[in-house]
Structures are given as structure tokens and as C-alpha cells.
Write a new protein. Structure first.
Length: 336
């Protein structure tokens, strides 16, 4: 009997010890923090950007050189960075970009930052990948005004480029490899650690009261229906003017305004565009495919009227603008 009681006591002590250990494990500060972050992330429409970029450093460096080199243009004056400056939010901050011979494009240049997250490229989605996208500006008479034979001829006349491509690619300097290098560099242009990223990761004080109110309205009023995920957009098509006819109000409709229709020739795709990413949106004015909104406030009011069918008050508009400014991240560890 005595031995049986001793065994029972040992078992009870073991059970209590296991219970205490489990309580400490699940309620320790580090574990509680991890659980809080996991719950926070799963409850939010926005997914934070990864802090790690797992790409080939040699390709990134080569792509960086090509991105900033006007050698790809016919007149050796226009580079990728001309329309997508990394010091101006990844855009040129013009209504329409200026190409060779001062020619203007018919559409607003979107930001190159985080464009690797987009499910398709260009406003009308005509390019499936970043590699495919590169053909557009290079061959565009209002862009670089060049061609692959011309660009390759100039690149192959450059010993440093020939050496770099030979070191990285088994088949050397080919158009596919130029595309690959530039696309790899562009995929490296991610801007993590914005206030909204930190908030979603669990830093409750990353957003101030005004930004939190703007985020609440952003979700409650339906903005997050199109602007969500890791890119805060860039992952679906949507008609510009869901609730009201934007183009009837603006007038002077151009071919560029037809959007996705120019690719599919399907009437249902008229005025349909790829939803842009809102990351760093405070730095990428003017807004929309036509560059018609000069300020964030103007863009918010247009979106609320034509996409949501709402008329915002001034305090609501101010709050949403404050929230949108919290979407600016860091590049190479420095705030944009």
C-alpha cells in the first residue's frame, strides 16, 4: 500500500511539472509574442514583405549596371532608370514619361519598386513576367526606340559587359540573359519594414492614432478588397469606374484608357487595369494610368467616388492619406 501511494505521488508530481512547463512555454514572453504576431498577420488583409532577398548577387549587380546604362536605347540617352528613378519612388513623377527625341508616352510609368510582386506587368497586363516586360520599353519608339539586334551589338562591343556575361551565363551575352539580369535586379527592389509591415508583424505602436483610423477606414470602406496581400495590390485586374463612369466625367478618352481591352479585344475588358501596388504610394505621384491625380488626397477622393460609390468627409480623407503614407518602406536599410 505504501509503495502504491509513493508511486501515485510521483505520477502526480510529474503531471504537475509537465503542466507547469507547458504553461511557461506557451505563456513566456517570446512564445506569446510569436503567437501574437501569427494571429495579427492572419487577421490582416496586408502581408508584410520578407526581410530577405534570396537572389544571385552577381546577377543583381549586372542587372543594376544595365538598368542605369543608356546603352540599351537607340540614342544612348535613355535608361530604365530614366523613367524609374530609384531616388523618386521608382518613377519619373511625370504624367507621361519622356523617351528618345523628347517623345512622350501615352501612359503613366508605374513604380519599379516591388514590381516583382505583380502578377502581370504593365497597366494592361500584356506582359506575364518581368523578363517579358523588358521588351516593351526597349522596342517602343517613344521609349528607348531600339531593338535587340541593335542593343546586343552595342553590348558585345563592350569588353566589361562581355566579360560579366561570360562569367555568369554559360552561353554568354544573349538577349535572354540581358532580360534575366535586369529582371533579377528589379526583383531585388523590395522595400520592407514600412510602418504597416511592422504593425502587421505585431508592433502595436508602429502606427499612430491617425494612421490606425485611416487603416480602419481603408478596411471598412472596402479599399482592401483590391489593395491587399504582400504588394498591397498588383495581384488582380479591376475596372476603373466600378460605381461611376470615370471616363465620361474626365472626357478625352484615348486608346490607352481602354486598358486590358487592348490586349484581349473583349468588350468586358474596356477600362480594366491591373490594380497598382500601394507600397510607397506617397512617393509616386501623379496617380493612375493617366496621371490625372496630382496628390494623394485627390487620388483618394477619386477612388472613393468611382470605385466605392462613397463621398468621404475631410477627416476621413485625411485619415486615409495618413495611413497611405505609412506604406513607405526601406531600400537597402534606408527609409525611402
Amino acid at each position: 500500500m505504501k509503495q502504491w501511494l509513493q508511486l501515485l505521488i510521483v505520477v502526480l508530481v510529474a503531471v504537475l511539472a509537465i503542466g507547469w512547463w507547458h504553461h511557461q512555454k506557451t505563456h513566456s514572453p517570446s512564445t506569446a509574442r510569436a503567437l501574437q504576431v501569427a494571429a495579427t498577420t492572419s487577421d490582416e488583409p496586408i502581408t508584410p514583405l520578407s526581410l530577405d532577398v534570396n537572389l544571385d548577387p552577381a546577377k543583381i549587380a549586372l542587372g543594376d549596371r544595365l538598368f542605369h546604362d543608356p546603352i540599351l536605347s537607340h540614342d544612348d540617352k535613355i535608361s530604365c532608370s530614366t523613367c524609374h528613378s530609384l531616388t523618386s519612388g521608382g518613377t519619373d513623377q511625370l504624367v507621361h514619361s519622356v523617351g528618345i527625341d523628347g517623345k512622350r508616352s501615352d501612359i503613366n510609368a508605374p513604380t519599379v519598386f516591388n514590381s516583382g510582386l505583380n502578377f502581370v506587368q504593365f497597366w494592361d497586363g500584356r506582359a506575364a513576367t518581368l523578363e517579358d516586360q523588358i521588351d516593351g520599353p526597349l522596342n517602343n519608339p517613344s521609349g528607348m526606340g531600339s531593338s535587340w539586334p541593335e542593343a546586343l551589338q552595342k553590348l558585345r562591343a563592350s569588353a566589361p559587359y562581355v566579360s560579366s556575361f561570360t562569367a555568369i551565363y554559360s552561353d554568354g551575352l544573349q538577349s535572354a540573359n540581358v532580360r534575366d539580369a535586369i529582371a533579377t535586379f528589379v526583383r531585388s527592389l523590395v522595400t520592407p519594414n514600412s510602418p504597416i509591415d511592422r504593425y502587421v508583424r505585431g508592433e502595436r505602436d508602429a502606427l499612430n492614432a491617425g494612421e490606425l483610423e485611416g487603416y480602419r477606414l481603408f478596411k471598412d470602406y472596402g479599399c482592401a478588397g483590391c489593395h491587399q496581400g504582400t504588394g498591397i495590390g498588383g495581384n488582380l485586374f479591376q475596372k476603373f469606374g466600378v460605381m461611376n463612369d470615370y471616363f465620361a466625367k474626365r472626357g478625352n478618352v484615348t486608346e490607352a484608357d481602354y486598358g486590358r481591352y487592348n490586349v484581349t479585344k473583349n468588350e468586358a475588358d474596356k477600362y480594366v487595369f491591373k490594380v497598382p501596388s500601394l507600397r510607397n504610394v506617397a512617393l509616386t505621384s501623379p496617380y493612375f494610368h493617366d496621371g490625372s491625380a496630382a496628390t494623394l488626397e485627390e487620388a483618394v477622393l477619386i477612388m472613393s467616388q468611382y470605385q466605392l460609390g462613397r463621398t468621404l468627409t475631410q477627416p476621413e480623407t485625411d485619415a486615409i492619406v495618413k495611413f497611405l503614407k505609412s506604406l513607405s518602406g526601406e531600400y537597402k536599410g534606408k527609409a525611402l
